[in-house]
Design a protein around this ligand. Sequence first.
Ligand code: PEP
Length: 251
Amino acid sequence: MRKKIVAGNWKMNTTVPEGVELAKAVVAKSADVPADVKLIIATPATHLVPVAEVVKGSAVGLSAENCADKEKGAYTGEISAAMVASTGAEYTILGHSERRQYYGETDAKLVEKTKLALANNLGVILCVGETLEEREAGKHFDVVKAQTVNVLANFTAQDMKNIIIAYEPVWAIGTGKTATAEQAEEIHAYIRNVLAEQFDAQVAEDTTILYGGSCKPSNAKELFAKPDIDGGLIGGAALKADDFIAIAQSY
Ligand code: PEP
């Protein structure tokens, strides 16, 4: 049975004190979420150590938003997977479209990042998704397949136990434009077929696939009702504890 997950991606928002307060609010309200829905918060790297203290002993998981594609050494400004793991975080997001778009995150780099994250016992939330231009050109299936396979071809069925996929159509991120539940389900089911081809039917069945892109309390229920949508990666709405919790309660 695959896990249901609602993960919040705070991006480059909140100062450390604000982030600690937000994490405390999420932890305080987490008991209101169905027990089979796992909450994860992904915070800026500066927040991981104090937020790890806040979530300690609760059911709320902690994630980084990125990690380096190198193990250690002379890479000024980078944060390694081992460093992330040493904060108490258990996951890292990788391949978010904002990193692909603004920071040159390639599939090749994502292979290295994923290897290092897994080697350091971090679960990986691997983001894939097409741009508006790609969707309008009818290339969305091919783009999502390539992003998925280019990275996952380097990993085993065993590794997949620690990899979550997040389908995030770029045109829906932060735009207020959500994919319809049907559009999202179509791609989620397709990704599951890609996993069955790449690995086997069991991996396809067991992998959690999240939807991300302007997911909010008003549309989460319809999205999460779809059989291949196992939860959400939430950006803007994760910055308000009440909205984030309301989304998780949509199950
Ligand atoms: C995201 O950045 O992962 C995201 C889904 O953002 P938003 O919910 O704000 O569209």
